[in-house]
Design a protein around this ligand. Structure first.
Ligand SMILES: Cc1cc2nc3c(=O)[nH]c(=O)nc-3n(C[C@H](O)[C@H](O)[C@H](O)COP(=O)(O)OP(=O)(O)OC[C@H]3O[C@@H](n4cnc5c(N)ncnc54)[C@H](O)[C@@H]3O)c2cc1C
Length: 428
């Protein structure tokens, strides 16, 4: 048994704390806020077993041109945003080459395919069955060519990774989803994905389960984390906490925290927005409006519309144009109702250019571990990579562990970091 500090209490950190606790470790979970108040609060709430391949950067010239000209609503950008992430975006572009992306998919599918199995015991034990629906996720189409193309991709996911789906004509789909006002051209229903009607509440419920099982949740800032002779120390509102092992699960903020320890990690920070609407009709399951790049999910607080990715500088003020375009675009399909005052939110998907999360020990920093970079699917994958992290700590090794390991992906910072010995030099 070890004493472990898990820092960051989003879905990834809370799941990590639970998985370590289940192995008999004495775990303290630290965050500067209450659990589940950041990215894990504001997402679309889908546990995406259909997302067998992570989203690559578009490489076809026509797609790039459409993005460059602002013709799509699923990805938008600003010049300062592109400039602030240029090296990471270049890596992302290279990793998105078809042969590389296929290799990444083979790893990623091993994670997403077990996501609902890994959430299930936590949903049950935390008493959260009322938040979870097992009705799948739909993609809805108005454009026949796009529908046909995506049916082809769904067939690829089915044959390659066993993802289950069914394609529907628009008329058939409206019988499945009576909240729609018109027949779309068609729909693809990924039947095995789950959805959650309050993602922040599920994260908090997992944190409450961790406490019920004897874990401690403290308020502390990662900026106070320091290495000691025997481990790690963080200073919180109730004083100092010391542990042999520290695990950073800070989502989009993990890159900043690692910088303090002389390590550089490039991230592609994809901002997303949401707003809630007072819609009369409940959806049976979330759907992606493929023409407008927004996901609609019925939540406890109203109908949530989440936007696609905005590549903007981290400190850029909110400009929720994607939501406004989404509101205009989905109006024929579903009666949104009025936007609920004060429901506007934005957060950041913590993406790594190689499209795989980073899970494992940090080279050259004894007792420091990371679990972050889950991009578009952190809510899905929190419990899964938590289990993997614990297995890696216990000595498991294999292709999965190697693909997710920080050893080959963290680099010493160019400035202000001089490796003292060969032993503490991270592998580049
Ligand atoms: C619009 C949108 C829609 C999405 N939809 C989905 C979806 O349907 N399904 C899905 O699987 N994923 C979805 N995602 C992605 C998913 O939300 C993220 O991948 C996931 O929430 C990341 O979890 P995390 O625990 O790594 O980060 P977070 O939830 O952000 O947690 C990080 C924690 O670190 C804490 N922290 C930060 N800095 C410090 C510090 N200095 N000191 C102490 N604590 C600190 C924060 O307070 C926070 O609690 C979506 C994301 C967005 C933006």
């Amino acid at each position: 048994m070890a004493e472990v500090l898990v820092i960051g209490a989003g879905m990834v950190g809370v799941s990590t704390a639970l998985a370590l606790q289940a192995q008999g470790h004495a775990v303290t979970l630290a965050d500067r806020r209450a659990p589940g108040k950041e990215t894990s609060y504001g997402n679309a709430g889908v546990i995406q077993v259909e997302a067998a391949e992570p989203y690559p950067m578009p490489r076809a010239q026509l797609d790039l041109l459409r993005h460059a000209l602002g013709r799509t609503n699923d990805v938008t950008w600003s010049l300062p945003g592109l400039a602030s992430m240029a090296p990471a975006l270049w890596q992302y572009w290279r990793a998105s080459a078809p042969n590389h992306h296929a290799r990444v998919g083979a790893i990623y599918a091993r994670l997403t395919s077990r996501a609902t199995d890994d959430h299930a015991p936590l949903i049950a034990a935390s008493g959260s069955e009322n938040l979870a629906a097992r009705q799948g996720l739909a993609l809805v189409f108005r454009d026949p060519a796009k529908f046909e193309q995506e049916c082809g991709y769904a067939a690829h996911l089915a044959s390659q990774y066993g993802v289950r789906y069914r394609a529907y004509s628009g008329t058939e789909w409206r019988r499945e989803e009576p909240a729609l006002q018109i027949d779309p051209i068609g729909a693809i229903h990924f039947t095995d994905s789950w959805s959650v009607s309050d993602p922040g509440a599920l994260t908090s419920a997992y944190a409450a389960l961790f406490e019920q099982r004897g874990g401690h949740v403290i308020e502390a800032d990662a900026d106070t984390l320091t290495q000691t002779a025997n481990g790690w120390r963080i200073t919180g509102s109730a004083g100092e906490n010391i542990a042999e092992i520290a695990v950073l699960c800070l989502g989009p903020w993990t890159g900043l925290a690692l910088r303090r320890f002389g390590l550089r990690v490039r991230m592609v920070l994809k901002r997303g927005y949401h707003a809630h609407y007072d819609a009369k009709n409940q959806l049976r399951r979330p759907f992606l409006d493929t023409d407008n790049g927004v996901v609609l999910s019925s939540m406890r607080a109203g109908l949530r519309m989440t936007s696609g990715a905005a590549l903007v500088a981290p400190d850029a003020p909110p400009t929720p144009g994607q939501l406004v375009r989404g509101e205009r675009g989905v109006g024929d399909l579903i009666a949104l109702g009025p936007r609920i005052a004060g429901s506007d939110w934005y957060g950041t998907r913590p993406c790594l250019p190689g499209m795989l999360p980073m899970v494992g020990s940090v080279p050259g920093k004894a007792g420091l571990w990371v679990n972050f970079g889950h991009g578009h699917q952190g809510f899905t994958l929190g419990p899964t990579t938590a289990i993997l992290l614990v297995e890696t700590m216990d000595g498991a090794s294999g292709a999965l562990q190697t693909a997710l390991a920080p050893a080959t992906r963290l680099q010493p910072r160019l400035m202000g970091f001089t490796p003292k010995t060969e032993a503490n030099r991270p592998t580049v």
